[in-house]
Design a protein around this ligand. Structure first.
Ligand SMILES: [Zn+2]
Length: 335
């Protein structure tokens, strides 16, 4: 049965709502609100009815590092791995939600704990992969609100026609069979995956330009912005858990050298591609010279956290409503 939230919701809410929809609260308790027409609507009601819990939760200090991938024009046709591509309006509603309930800081401020303004939640926003849409629509929306953003770049993929996970995604997304084979057997290596896809006769798709990797000029333009920080996402976005020692070294060292030689403000941080890492990978990252490393929850794997070389981030999928985001930032719902 539902816990506190249902009690807060009161009889009116119970009358109005339809079949039950369950949520896991941050303390592990299950709660249920009656389903309206969508999860997003139910989350809005949960937000309203749980005002006291939200207010309590907001007073507790929490750190959230959010990971977005791409931002595309509103009403774009379905693109590749669709959970990665947020329409502009949705991304802007997320920024509104974040700035409303949390103090937004740069990733560096969050990691070092410096310049603390409030006791409530603190959020840092990151983009993985340097999609062209993120570099244009996402960055523009963030700058308009004065929100700092860190972009994790795989320099060896800049200017490519697509990312493999988009081009091999069908109407219902990337199948787990393709994803598992590409990451485990083919080490997440784009050339090997493309060859395999051709041999297997797998259909590939072309997209809106916003869904391609940005080119170096676009990245250079963005990097001049005061609120933008660049950092590494591996050289060619390989699965670092599956490559040999030499490739591991190259995948980590090359982007660090590339960034340092072009962008004096780039930080010695790495977001492990696919959120995949192991003690061998984090040891190599430290050896090569990284000061911090970042994983990614919400992509199917829970990993050990070791500050500061294996810091957790939350993957924000396109399906997450602004209300759902608020509830998670407030600590009411689990990520
Ligand atoms: Zn990535």
């Amino acid at each position: 049965m539902p816990t506190g939230l249902r009690a807060c919701a009161g009889p009116l809410l119970a009358q109005v709502l339809g079949p039950d929809l369950s949520f896991t609260l941050s303390d592990g308790a299950e709660t249920t609100v009656r389903k309206l027409s969508s999860k997003g609507l139910a989350e809005r009601l949960l937000l309203l009815s749980g005002a006291a819990r939200v207010a309590r939760a907001l007073r507790a200090p929490r750190l959230h590092i959010l990971t977005y991938h791409n931002v595309v024009p509103d009403n774009s046709a379905q693109i590749g791995d669709s959970s990665l591509h947020l329409p502009v309006a949705q991304f802007e509603s997320h920024l509104d939600a974040i700035t409303e309930v949390a103090e937004v800081v740069s990733l560096g401020q969050l990691v070092t704990g410096g310049d603390r303004q409030t006791d409530g939640p603190r959020v840092a926003i990151t983009f993985d992969d340097a999609y062209h849409g993120a570099m244009t629509f996402g960055v523009a929306a963030s700058i308009r609100r004065g929100v700092p953003v860190t972009i994790f770049v795989s320099p060896g993929l800049l200017g490519d026609g697509s990312f493999w996970w988009d081009s091999l995604a069908g109407a219902s997304g990337l199948t787990s069979e393709i994803r598992t084979h590409a990451l485990a057997q083919l080490c997440g290596d784009v050339q090997s995956i493309r060859q395999w896809a051709v041999q297997r006769g797998l259909p590939t798709t072309h997209f809106h330009p916003a869904a391609r990797p940005a080119d170096e000029d676009t990245l250079r333009h963005v990097a001049h912005e005061r609120l933008i920080t660049l950092a590494s996402h591996g050289w060619r976005h390989r699965n670092l858990n599956r490559v040999d020692d030499q490739v591991l070294e190259d995948e980590l060292r090359l982007p660090l050298d590339w960034l340092r030689s072009r962008f004096p403000n780039a930080m010695p941080w790495v977001a492990y591609p696919y959120g995949l890492y192991s003690p061998r990978v984090t040891a190599a990252a430290l050896r090569v010279g990284y000061a911090a490393g970042f994983g990614l929850t919400g992509v199917g794997q829970v990993q050990p956290i070791e500050w500061p070389i294996a810091i957790n981030r939350y993957n924000i999928p396109a399906g997450l409503s602004a209300s759902g985001l608020r509830l998670r930032l407030a600590g009411v719902l689990k990520w």
